[in-house]
Design a protein around this ligand. Structure first.
Ligand code: SAM
Length: 356
């Protein structure tokens, strides 16, 4: 469902994503309600791991093609240069009402609280590339004497495009590692102010800052190779596609060897893409919403290429197809999300590339 401002907030309605997509994935405990008899579709609110028929895929492709006439260049430029104003307006209107309680965070991303046992039995595992629940390698000696927020921490997480803290506050609540430090940034100063004014905000464990991910000259407040985890949840899609690669490369440099980048975002032909009206397309698979905020819809391969080109290695790259049902209105909504984990490899030792 879209919020009044037009941003799709239904991304949180899932419990835990179901999509298997890769033969190397074992199924999680959640996400196992499968629709085997189409006549039963309105019996539940949601169905997991929905298979799309070729006709459905072709119809989605046609719909996207029909609506792919890009807006005029000057309009595009305006949406780009004023992007943070549109997000500021969004948070001024919605404030903390955009806050979501994300139960799936720790089942899907146990790296956010590696010492917390509660979620371990439900986490997906990836055969052949074991999930690492240990901190990544220590920062290289050159960083150890540098003073920066969270210098003394032993486990550092950065959430980029954090909004009002939908991920940050659950991490601070769930991860009770005394060595934890959480950085979070957004280019909306309104969002960052909302994080700081949240009663759960603790400056001893968390450092929020305003930052434009796509600005090549903007400096992060942490040194290179200092972070264990970087989180991008429904944020890369808000960037202009031309700026994504450099953004990911800059972020990858901040990861320690062995550190991991976690992403969940919109997938190609998600309902939100198919319902864009004519006149909202900026470029292929990239649109502007009614409130001026922008969104891209990814394929798995596109994300794989972005992360690989930044020197990261795949741990997980899956598509999560889910059918949500509005039983009252008898509506079906086909959602598509992509979820990725990519790891920075450890430095070469002899001839070998070390993976954990
Ligand atoms: C769909 S919201 C998701 C917010 C948050 N990750 C969540 O899941 O609740 C996208 C967020 O990305 C932020 N954002 C968009 N472009 C950005 C940029 N270039 N630099 C930093 N943040 C950006 C927006 O301000 C917004 O808070």
């Amino acid at each position: 469902m879209a919020a009044p401002g037009g941003v799709d907030v239904s991304v949180d309605s899932l419990q835990a994503p179901a999509g298997p997509a890769e033969s190397t994935q074992t199924r999680p405990q959640f996400g196992s309600r499968f629709l085997t008899d189409p006549r039963q579709v309105f019996r539940h609110n949601a169905w997991d791991n929905v298979e799309w028929s070729e006709e459905q895929e072709a119809a989605a492709r046609r719909r996207v093609e029909e609506n792919s006439q890009p807006l005029a260049a000057e309009k595009q430029e305006e949406y780009d240069s004023r992007a943070n104003e549109y997000w500021n307006d969004f948070y001024t209107v919605h404030e903390n009402r955009f806050f979501k309680d994300r139960h799936w965070l720790f089942t899907e991303f146990p790296e956010l609280a590696p010492n917390c046992t509660a979620h371990k039995s439900t986490a997906r595992t990836t055969v052949g590339s074991a999930e690492c629940r240990e901190p990544a390698a220590d920062a290289p000696p050159s960083h150890r004497n540098e003073a920066f927020p969270g210098t003394a921490a032993s486990y550092r997480i950065l959430e980029v495009g954090c909004g009002v803290g939908n991920t940050v506050f659950p991490i601070l609540k769930t991860n009770n590692d005394p060595g934890l430090f959480v950085y979070c940034c957004d280019f909306s100063s309104t969002a960052v102010d909302l994080v700081k004014s949240n009663p759960e905000f603790d400056p001893a464990r968390c450092y929020p800052f305003v930052h434009d991910l796509s600005n090549e000259s903007a400096v992060y407040p942490v040194p290179e190779e200092s972070l264990d985890v970087i989180v991008l949840i429904f944020v890369l899609s808000a960037l202009h596609p031309d700026k994504m690669q450099k953004t990911i490369c800059r972020l990858a440099r901040l990861l320690k060897p062995g550190g991991v980048l976690l992403l969940r975002d919109y997938g190609r032909y998600d309902m939100a893409q198919l319902r864009f009206k004519k006149g909202r397309c900026l470029s292929e698979n990239f649109y502007v919403r009614g409130d001026g905020t922008r969104v891209y819809f990814f394929t798995q391969d596109e994300l794989h290429d972005l992360f690989s080109a930044a020197g990261l290695q795949k741990v997980q790259n899956l598509v999560d197809r889910r059918l949500q049902v509005n039983r009252g209105k008898q509506l079906t909504m086909y959602r598509v999300w992509v979820q990725c984990k990519y790891r920075k490899t450890l430095p070469l030792q002899g001839d070998e590339e070390i993976q954990i």
